[in-house]
Design a binder for this molecule. Structure first.
Ligand code: BGC
Length: 545
């Protein structure tokens, strides 16, 4: 097998995001430079060459702003500063300067739906009392019942329990997530002005884009109407409707006005500044409304992440996502894992089977047109850590629902024989979540230069993705090829160059012939006659030029 050579990073044009590979850095778990057991901006800075060599185009950094860290930084107390846990503004400036020098772009997370309860606006709202102008920036309301002892409506927090908390003077405030994350009132002009200014603050510091947290949530239906059921009445949690049904607190039409105001701000800066929505909508059609030339550039396609391990399931979500993105003229995004979801090695069956499938899924994702998001550690084939002791779990949702996202947030193993495997400097604190002993063999150092390792598979695929004319820089569609059941086969082409991606989800090995030469594969291919045998749960790229 030969890998394509002469990689050309796609870093120079304004449309870079259309076909970029973006690496999600979960800041507290990526690299710890100061030895306190928590990842930081200096740690990222030191590891930038690793990311350049991996072959990604951009980094998305999860929130590093001043925060009490109730929800791992998604509770922001100061949108214009860095939490001392992660460093300082000068550290950020140094990191972004180095990243740009290496040809890597930086996307930061913006959390506009809610602030921290320690944000000065919320502290002022509590102090000022009912009816005050300060309370208008949030969603305070009187309760129901004889003395207002019941929440204003039946809305549930995504983290479980009621979405309302009562304060000492008797009013209630809305928090769609933790009580420490009060929802802002986006019908208030000061809220809108503030976030436009926050966008400019980070754009002025050179960021290349924003990941918009809960992008579907900022506007709530007028009058705050009941949903009509809740887990206490029916046993079904309202959050089960995410991505499937309508909720009065998500995906309201007016939310699009906010993005129409943001787009000209992004466009007024040079270099192709972009924004990607973390949005949940009832249908792919409604999700597509977040993207386009006058709104955001991208929205995560979680249907791909949710696809089950079957050819039909992948084919359906890929076709739908591509069709929607064609209509709105924006590329789609592909994502297999992130900091909120169980890692895909584990989702696909865990252990050896899960890893085989995860490797095949990587080749599937990286062959598709559009922008791919890689979650830190997936290039190492990391599984979910399922056996973290409860007392170490920190996800606020764990306390309310028993479900925890900590298992996908365990710090990255870099090198060495002992935990935390080079995550921090020698002699530093242990990492904030412990890495299992099995991760010694999965560290970056253990996989570097090892033929067939997951890290080398990602490196090879990313190198080809950048260099191959059929994949590089294009936003064209895919051509599905007729194939036996359970085999996904599609072609990308540019001029005379053709690249075919084959993924074997059939449960039996398949002999393939007539697609050209294999250039990368997630498992060993054996030659058979003029063709090759593609093992179960494996994928390969074949080229013809
Ligand atoms: C983020 C979560 C966070 C939540 C509240 C999500 O979309 O990805 O990690 O807990 O928003 O900010």
């Amino acid at each position: 097998m030969t890998a394509a050579t002469n990689p050309t990073p796609q870093t120079s044009d304004d449309d870079w995001w259309r076909s970029a590979v973006v690496y999600q850095v979960y800041v507290r778990s990526f690299a710890d430079a100061n030895g306190d057991g928590v990842g930081d901006l200096q740690g990222i800075r030191q590891r930038l060459p690793y990311l350049r060599d991996l072959g990604v185009d951009a980094l998305w950094l999860t929130p590093f702003y001043t925060s009490p860290q109730v929800d791992a930084g998604y509770d922001v107390a100061d949108y214009r500063d860095v939490d001392p846990l992660f460093g300082s503004l000068p550290d950020f400036d140094a990191m972004i300067t180095d990243a740009h020098a290496l040809g890597l772009r930086i996307i930061v997370d913006l959390v506009p739906n809610h602030t921290s309860s320690r944000h000065p606006w919320f502290t002022a709202a509590l102090a000022a009392g009912p009816g005050s102008a300060e309370r208008e920036r949030y969603l305070f309301a009187e309760g129901k019942g004889e003395s207002g002892e019941l929440p204003p409506n039946d809305w549930e927090s995504i983290f479980g329990g009621p979405a309302w908390t009562r304060v000492a003077d008797g009013q209630w405030y809305l928090h769609l997530f933790d009580p420490a994350q009060p929802d802002l009132n986006w019908r208030h002009p000061e809220v809108r002005a503030e976030f436009e200014d926050v966008l400019r603050f980070w754009l002025d510091r050179g960021v290349d884009g924003f990941r918009i947290d809960v992008a579907h949530g900022m506007i709530k239906a007028e009058g705050l109407p009941d949903v009509g059921f809740s887990s206490t009445t029916t046993g079904q949690r309202q959050s089960e409707l995410l991505g499937k049904g309508r909720l009065p607190y998500f995906d309201q039409d007016e939310v699009h006005d906010i993005y129409r105001a943001w787009r000209p701000i992004l466009d007024s800066y040079p270099g192709g500044r972009m924004a990607v929505a973390e949005a949940w909508a009832e249908t792919p059609q409604r999700l597509a409304r977040y993207i386009g030339p006058d709104e955001l550039h991208q929205a995560f396609s979680f249907d791909f992440l949710d696809a089950t391990w079957s050819a039909d399931s992948f084919r359906k979500v890929i076709d739908t996502a591509l069709a929607e993105s064609t209509i709105v003229g924006a590329p789609t995004t592909w994502v297999l894992s992130n900091h909120d979801r169980q890692r895909h090695v584990t989702r696909y069956g865990d252990g050896e089977v899960g890893l085989r499938r995860a490797r095949a899924a990587a080749l599937l994702m990286l062959a598709l047109p559009g922008c791919a998001y890689v979650y830190q550690g997936e290039e190492l084939g990391l599984p979910e850590v399922l056996d973290l002791p409860d007392e170490l779990r920190q996800d606020p949702a764990f306390l309310r629902t028993g479900e925890s996202r900590d298992g996908c947030r365990v710090p990255i193993p870099w090198s060495g024989e002992l935990a935390p495997y080079g995550f921090g400097p020698e002699g530093g604190e242990l990492s904030w979540l412990p890495a299992p002993a099995t991760w010694r063999a999965l560290s970056v150092a253990a996989q570097t230069g090892v033929p067939g390792s997951t890290l080398e598979l990602y490196r090879a695929a990313l190198r080809i993705r950048h260099a191959h004319p059929a994949l590089a820089g294009t936003t064209g569609g895919v051509t599905w090829l007729e194939s036996e059941p359970g085999l996904l086969a599609f072609r990308r082409a540019a001029g005379d160059a053709e690249l075919t991606c084959l993924v074997n989800l059939s449960g039996a090995e398949v002999t393939i012939d007539g697609y050209g030469q294999p250039i990368v594969a997630s498992a060993d291919l054996t030659e058979q006659g003029a063709g090759h045998v593609l093992p179960v749960d494996a994928a390969a790229w074949f080229e013809r030029r």
